[in-house]
Design a protein around this ligand. Structure first.
Ligand code: ZN
Length: 274
């Protein structure tokens, strides 16, 4: 409940206050549909709470990443709250093939689906059952007629270019929206959160050196113009103030648990406290 209300106020805050320029720049509307969370489960493996961003530009409607199974109902509801059906999404941009970012491509199978050429080649060769690549979903995507394989520098959406950022996965992409006044850089899991951006080391990577070089590239993009925004795969978007990342918006995360004797008795656990 808190999340649903919080999401709306966060979105309004971002758009009307912090992201007012981004809304107007180049005719884009940028909206965090699902806010990623910078954590993982301690006793149950991955958590997979990843960021999904909506970009509207003229008649085109793009999503950057599309979340995991647990987000399906939420995603449909939040698109509906914005007056959209899944079929209205014209473009889906995938940063990488991990299940928590890619698996819901089937919901947007009519859209043009952009994935890295190198990422797809690596993903379909991954061993079945051993990794967080959803092997059957990437196999189906590899043969899907609307798949567009992206290479370094390709313009994958009007005003948005793809850039190779290997490390977390070998063919990971970041997407750079070139606004008239500033850029918005969607970095997926090349840098999952603020901590990784600051210390330039990452918690999960295929290649540590590649990850460090990719984070260096993100910082170059970030510092290119004042006001540039970085949106990571598992954290709030951030802008630089005096070269320090400052969050745009407020973290929203909690879980509801049944520790009582009936289904009406629940405990809500806030996951935002430090
Ligand atoms: Zn990932």
């Amino acid at each position: 409940m808190r999340c649903a209300k919080g999401r709306i106020s966060l979105s309004r805050t971002l758009l009307s206050v912090k992201w007012e320029n981004a809304m107007r720049v180049g005719g884009y509307e940028i909206d965090i549909v699902v806010q990623g969370y910078p954590g993982k489960a301690v006793c149950h493996g991955g958590l997979g709470w990843s960021t999904i961003v909506l970009n509207r530009h003229g008649e085109r409607v793009a999503l950057v990443d599309c979340g995991s199974f647990g987000m399906r109902k939420l995603l449909i509801e939040r698109l509906a709250a914005r007056g959209l059906k899944p079929a209205d999404v014209t473009d889906l941009l995938l940063t990488h093939s991990h299940y928590d970012h890619s698996v819901n491509w089937t919901l947007f199978h009519r859209a043009r689906i952009v994935a890295g050429r190198r990422e797809m080649a690596w993903s379909i060769a991954e061993p079945w059952g051993e990794t967080v690549v959803p092997e059957l979903y990437v196999s189906a995507l590899d043969a899907w007629p609307t798949l567009a394989r992206a290479d370094e520098g390709d313009e994958v959406f009007p005003g948005i270019t793809a850039h190779l950022a290997p490390g977390h996965t070998p063919g990971h992409l970041v997407f750079r929206l070139h606004g008239a006044e500033h850029d918005v850089i969607f970095v997926g899991d090349a840098a999952k959160n603020r901590a990784e951006l600051l210390c330039r080391r990452v918690d999960a990577t295929f290649d540590e050196q590649d990850s460090a070089a990719s984070i260096d590239m993100i910082w170059r993009f970030w510092r290119d113009r004042p006001g540039n925004v970085v949106a990571p795969g598992h954290d709030l978007p951030m802008r630089l103030e005096n070269d320090e990342p400052v969050y745009l918006g407020e973290r929203q995360a909690s879980i509801q648990a049944w520790f009582g004797d009936d289904i009406e008795t629940t405990t809500t656990i806030d996951l935002t406290r430090r």
